[in-house]
Design a protein around this ligand. Structure first.
Ligand code: ATR
Length: 270
């Protein structure tokens, strides 16, 4: 049986083993997919042990996506732009890195939620690792512009400058965002983990698609979006399943169906 895994810290909560088991069942593949908890300072030795034990590929989650990027021998263009990887394929003893987070978000928005991103105005809140992973795939869809707002303004300015070669993206401080509605608002901050919503002019949400990269039935961002007349409010469960599907395709060359797995996870979460 071919061997796969997800490595992170913490890792207990990960839904990836269940998602990959469903995909494997769909396409008739016989694989194992385990959760591996890596000590914070021992990521590379954890990876080495997994590969020695026969591992053929693995996902990487918080906080190791940048360490994983540094460990790769080669990377896709998307992973290079992100400077972080969430998927590694082991091929003839070399590690090939990919980042499927952004394409996972794009596929969820476009295919599952039926939103076109072309010529749209998109506001992203946050300029950390999550934003770095999604910027290029979003810009590749041809939005009119991406407004990048961050609590620490300097970080959004730097990130906007770095990604300007892929499309129109401008950096701001959170307090500079005007109360003027945009088409799509994406929460890419880690504030929801602490049960918080970044302070931002509520008018931007009016009539917008509001998407939290975190998943959960009512994150603080989702509550804020409902309260401020968003057109549609979504959590990141679809993105989670879509990024897993792209990782699965990267390893196995087969694209699984995502909707039945999203439905299954929603039923389990009820
Ligand atoms: P991740 O890899 O999840 O993106 P990160 O790189 O630590 O994590 O980035 C966290 C992001 O959430 C940052 O943009 C951070 O803003 P700062 O750069 O100013 O730190 C943002 N963030 C976290 N808590 C926040 C809060 N309470 N209000 C606003 N932004 C917050």
């Amino acid at each position: 049986m071919s061997k796969y895994a997800v490595i992170g810290n913490p890792i207990d909560h990960s839904l990836s083993p269940m998602i990959h088991a469903q995909f494997a069942k769909q396409v008739g593949l016989s694989i194992t997919y385990e959760k591996i908890l890596s000590p914070i300072n021992e990521f590379s030795s954890t990876v080495e042990r997994f590969i020695k034990s026969g591992g053929l590929g693995f996902n990487i989650t918080v906080p190791f996506k940048i360490n994983a990027y540094e460990l790769t021998d080669d990377c896709t263009t998307t992973a290079k732009a992100a400077g972080a990887v969430n998927t590694i394929k082991v091929e003839n003893n070399t590690l090939i890195g990919e980042n499927t987070d952004g394409i996972g978000l794009v596929n969820d928005l476009c295919n599952n939620l039926h939103q076109s991103l072309k010529d749209k105005e998109i506001l992203i809140i946050g300029a950390g690792g999550a934003t770095q992973g999604i910027l290029k795939p979003l810009l590749d869809c041809g939005p009119a512009k991406i407004l990048l707002a961050n609590r620490t303004k300097d970080k959004s300015l730097k990130l906007a400058h770095k990604f300007a070669k892929y499309g129109k993206v401008c950096g701001f401080g959170l307090d500079q965002i005007k109360a003027k509605p945009v088409d799509i608002v994406i929460n890419a901050t880690s504030a929801s983990i602490a049960g918080k919503m970044p302070e931002i002019a509520s008018g931007v949400a009016e009539g917008a698609i509001c998407y939290d990269l975190m998943y959960g039935t009512r994150t603080p961002f989702m509550k804020w979006a409902y309260k401020n007349s968003a057109l549609k409010v979504c959590d990141g469960l679809g993105m989670l399943v879509e990024q897993a599907a792209s990782s699965f395709a990267f390893w196995h060359g087969k694209t699984p169906q995502t909707q039945p797995v999203i439905n299954l996870l929603r039923e389990k979460g009820d």
